[in-house]
Design a protein around this ligand. Structure first.
Ligand SMILES: *[C@@H]1O[C@H](CO)[C@@H](O)[C@H](O)[C@H]1NC(C)=O
Ligand SMILES: *[C@@H]1O[C@H](CO)[C@@H](O)[C@H](O)[C@H]1NC(C)=O
Ligand SMILES: *[C@@H]1O[C@H](CO)[C@@H](O)[C@H](O)[C@H]1NC(C)=O
Ligand SMILES: *[C@@H]1O[C@H](CO)[C@@H](O)[C@H](O)[C@H]1NC(C)=O
Length: 369
């Protein structure tokens, strides 16, 4: 039965891809470089629902060009020269053919403007997530965010909505570069009881942004943009890539940017009484995040604190937590003891990097009678 299901999934994956020719990357006009006709704009205000090619907008939406000013603030745009701003109750949407049942992750860049508590409701019905954009993680105001969904239908209507109600309707977040990536849920292997322990499977990372991707907390692990992992507690973790950061192993890793308020966790199957070794790398992302760092690793009730002296220039060390399982399921978790700020930019949160996490059972030397 299991073999049969697996086979049909494999068949579907290949055929569905042939049918839909699904491609990871920017949505159609996902960076808003195709501009509306001048007659469909009043200043920056978009006048018609279909004025921006490939998108449908509703409410107070502005089409913003790089270099435009708002008060004293110069608006910068991460990709190309245009972005949109979602005012009160404004939204943008686009439909996309997807494979029913598959998991997808959306990545988009957003910047807070003047409102204190900006949030965005990202949805593909019936799933939605309300992502806070008020906390600044990077100095130019832009951050990239990931959000994942499972396709319930073969057409996904991607909707980004600003639920805010500000006095000034022009005080809404800027949005740019909306991309999608199909996620392939990884499996545990003989070499690792944890899935996706190297964090290689995860959200789309823009090749031209240098601030990583924030993965917001999510209580449902099967909808995580970081397959198999749960981002626990209040704050996001950052997904970083080897092209822009120092990464201990492979192409991707996790930077714990929220102190004790952000943690990643995964539940592993264990056998009561067996001894296990949890091995992992702790380092820094080479992003001027300096100082004495501590990563706390947990395996059920066992824990280890791993100190790491960061010069902010990259590097890592390996650590191990040995424990004897006391349950059939053991929660593995990592967090950073402290908050850190970049030494070159005191507005940006940063932290230690965790990578290459492996869980293996170790044989205790048996005593001969
Ligand atoms: C354009 O905006 C101005 C100021 O907000 C308004 O007075 C004018 O009526 C608008 N024009 C159109 C065509 O909507
Ligand atoms: C812009 O104007 C041209 C010519 O009138 C028209 O063909 C095109 O559909 C318009 N584009 C949009 C996005 O409305
Ligand atoms: C989506 O699928 C429908 C029906 O299978 C097809 O007509 C349409 O062209 C597809 N759209 C895209 C953008 O591939
Ligand atoms: C978010 O948007 C979805 C889809 O429009 C909606 O069903 C949901 O109620 C919204 N959630 C919040 C908290 O605004």
């Amino acid at each position: 039965m299991k073999g049969f299901t697996l086979l049909s999934v494999v068949l579907c994956l290949s055929t569905c891809h042939l049918v839909f020719a699904f491609r990871d990357g920017l949505l159609d006009n996902g960076n808003f470089e195709q501009a509306p006709n001048a007659s469909d704009l009043n200043g920056t205000i978009v006048l018609k629902p279909n004025a921006i090619p490939k998108w449908r907008v509703s409410g107070f939406v502005e089409y913003i060009k790089a270099g435009q000013k708002q008060g004293d603030m110069l608006l910068v745009v991460p990709e190309g020269y245009a972005a949109v701003r979602l005012g009160n109750e404004a939204s943008i949407k686009q439909s996309l053919n997807v494979s029913k049942g598959m998991y997808y992750s959306l990545t988009f860049s957003a910047a807070r403007t003047c409102a204190q508590e900006e949030r965005l409701n990202v949805s593909v019905a019936p799933d939605f997530g309300v992502l806070p954009v008020q906390t600044l993680y990077s100095s130019n105001g832009w951050d990239s965010y990931a959000w994942a969904f499972q396709a319930d239908y073969s057409v996904a209507e991607i909707l980004i909505h600003n639920p805010g109600v500000e006095e000034d309707p022009a005080c809404g977040p800027l949005i740019d570069s909306i991309a999608i990536r199909a996620l392939y849920p990884p499996k545990a292997t003989r070499d690792n009881l944890l899935k996706n322990g190297d964090f290689e499977e995860g959200p789309y990372v823009f090749p031209n942004t240098r601030w990583g991707v924030l993965i917001p907390p999510n209580i449902e692990d099967d909808h995580s943009p970081l397959p198999a992992w749960i981002v626990e507690s209040l704050k996001a973790v950052k997904y970083i890539d080897a092209a822009h950061f120092s990464v201990p192993h492979g192409q991707r890793a996790i930077e714990l940017v929220g102190g004790k308020e952000s943690a990643i966790a995964q539940v592993a199957r264990t056998i009561i009484g067996k001894t296990y070794a949890l091995t992992f790398a702790v380092g820094d992302a080479s992003n001027s995040c300096e100082g004495s760092m501590i990563v706390e690793a947990f395996a059920g009730r066992d824990t280890v604190k791993v100190p790491y002296e960061s010069k902010g220039k990259g590097g890592y060390k390996r650590a191990v937590l040995r424990f004897t399982a006391t349950a059939a399921r053991t929660r593995i978790m990592f967090l950073s003891t402290y908050y850190h700020m970049r030494s070159d930019d005191f507005a940006s949160l940063c932290g230690p990097v965790v990578d290459d996490v492996k869980l293996l059972s170790v044989r205790k030397p048996r005593r001969m009678a």
